[in-house]
Design a protein around this ligand. Structure first.
Ligand code: ADP
Length: 505
């Protein structure tokens, strides 16, 4: 009997397949990394064919590890790294170019020109996003303008676009033999091409980027019983399993953290940090550098909106300590090293490696370590790195409070960095609010499973999901108000030092 839900989590560094039971417990999983292709400074690419191969392998391996057959799955959900852009030929499934990853900054000229020409304001109003290299629109334009033959192919219907959700969905549902070309509202809301009010591709926005509408996937709700079809009967599942849900990774984590009411928020600490606040039916336009985005849409229900603060570098600053500075051998060692000192010793580290995302949106910023004295050492740097993760989150929380008027009583957290107890304690100190981590750490895959399970009646409603959320650990603030205010003032001064460091074209 089919008793489980599967979730494909196609992430920035790896792809995983997870299988959950009715209680939302993990039953099996498998995960494989893919290559980070870095052709030149600022460029980041993935090979879409490798991603599809990895997706095949993790699905088959997870089923094998769990001793399950494909027909044990009621439904499958898909979640993905957002914004990363694939353009392929639907006649044979061949990509025209590598996937251009969300972190890639090659479209800085496109973004700067949009701002300069006043189109940025239109994009902000219609799509809820500032013109930035981060989003898909400029990446599609770059492929159309720089890869031979793609524009003609797109106009003839022989080049189609998708984020990696659409790429995986199209392949899973048959590829050149009837594959479904669709995405969900959350992924579409990250392209700079979707109008947040009509929830459809917007002609004026398409025109800004010169993108033919025929290239774009159909936009569906995030959870739907038949919008996404079923898996093809060949590899990897060899059975027709319904695909019930698609959600961008941060929106999936919002669902996995059961933030179903306006005012509820989660903060995910991975490569970067992504704080998402549910604003319900209200489309809140940020005046403080946050993104307006779609949280989710379940079936025929109205869409639920969110405010998001996206931070480019958090966990990856810990990787930088490990791989470039070589002061630690593993990410968890950052905790031990930082614990060996009482405080940051006056030192601040702003990891603005590729500029600053929310709430600053400054592509002219670069990283800085300031406040150094002869006394400082590696331990202070480790501590300043963990503090930087937390201070960047405070910047976003402050912006969120100003935009929404919502004051957080508790911050729900997840992601790789939350294994670092010291970092979570610092987060609570820096914010002056409680920080809470759930039992199921894999909230992204869980959220995709929830979307798929709701579509097929495996779960009846969000109250049922809410009851499955359990806390594993909570941190309470220990700093005095004075300590908190002085620390944050130091951080703000450090951020100032990083601005106007490079010239933007
Ligand atoms: P993603 O989904 O973005 O790949 P994950 O949620 O898997 O990210 O988290 C990975 C990130 O977490 C890495 O950048 C790593 O440096 C960081 N990380 C993992 N464990 C720790 C730890 N104990 N302390 C600090 N950072 C950590």
């Amino acid at each position: 009997m089919a008793d489980f839900i599967g979730a494909v989590d196609q992430g920035t560094t790896s792809t995983r397949f997870m299988i959950f039971d009715h209680g939302g417990n993990e039953v099996a999983k498998h995960q494989l990394e893919h290559e980070q292709i870095l052709p030149r400074s600022g460029w980041v690419e993935h090979d879409p064919v490798e991603i599809w191969e990895r997706t095949n392998s993790v699905i088959q391996n997870a089923l094998r590890h769990g001793g399950l057959s494909p027909t044990d799955l009621v439904s499958i959900g898909i979640t993905n790294q957002r914004e990363t852009t694939v353009v392929w030929d639907p006649r044979n499934g061949r990509p025209y170019y590598n996937a251009i990853v969300w972190q890639d900054t090659r479209t800085d000229v496109i973004a700067a020109n949009l701002e300069r020409s006043g189109k940025g304001e239109v994009i902000r109003r219609k799509a809820g996003l500032p013109p930035a290299t981060y989003f898909s629109g400029g990446k599609i334009q770059w492929i159309l303008e720089n890869v031979d033959g793609v524009r003609q192919a797109a106009e003839a219907g022989h080049a189609i676009f998708g984020n990696t959700d659409a790429w995986v969905l199209w392949n899973l549902t048959g590829g050149p033999n009837g594959g479904i070309h669709a995405t969900d509202v959350t992924n579409a809301s990250r392209t700079m091409l979707m109008n947040l009010e009509t929830l459809d591709w917007d002609e004026e926005l398409l025109d800004f980027f010169g993108i033919p509408r025929a290239m774009l996937p159909k936009i569906n709700p995030s959870s739907h019983p038949d919008a996404y079809g079923s898996t093809r009967t060949s590899r990897p599942l060899s059975a027709a399993i319904p695909i019930g849900g698609v959600l961008g990774d941060q929106q999936a984590a919002t669902v996995g953290q059961v933030c179903f009411s306006p005012g509820e928020a989660k903060n995910t600490y991975g490569t970067g940090n992504f704080l998402v606040l549910n604003t319900g039916a209200e489309l809140v336009r940020s005046e403080n550098g946050l993104l307006t985005t779609v949280a989710y849409q379940f079936g025929d229900e109205p869409v639920v909106y969110a405010l998001e603060g996206s931070i480019a570098v958090t966990g990856s600053a810990v990787q930088w300590l490990r791989d470039q500075m070589k002061i630690i051998k593993s990410a968890p060692e950052s905790e031990e090293l930082a614990r060996s000192v009482q405080d940051n010793g006056g030192m601040y580290f702003v990891p603005a490696f590729s500029g600053l995302f929310a709430p600053y949106w400054r592509s002219d910023a670069r990283g800085a370590i300031v406040g150094l004295a002869r006394y400082n050492d590696n331990a202070h740097l480790a501590r300043a790195t963990l503090e930087a993760i937390c201070y960047q989150s405070r910047d976003v929380v402050e912006a969120m409070e100003q935009d929404s008027g919502v004051h957080l009583d508790v911050l729900k957290v997840d992601g790789g960095v939350t294994a670092n107890d010291l970092c979570m304690q610092i987060q609570s100190d820096v914010l002056g609010v409680e920080v809470s981590r759930p039992v199921v750490a894999e909230t992204t895959a869980l959220g995709a499973a929830y979307a798929a399970g709701l579509a097929t009646g495996f779960w009846q409603n969000t109250d049922e999901l809410r009851a499955q959320w359990h806390e594993s650990k909570r941190w309470s603030p220990q700093w005095s108000e004075k300590q908190r205010a002085e620390g944050y003032a130091g951080w703000k001064r450090a951020v100032e030092r990083t601005l106007e460091w490079v010239k933007v074209p």
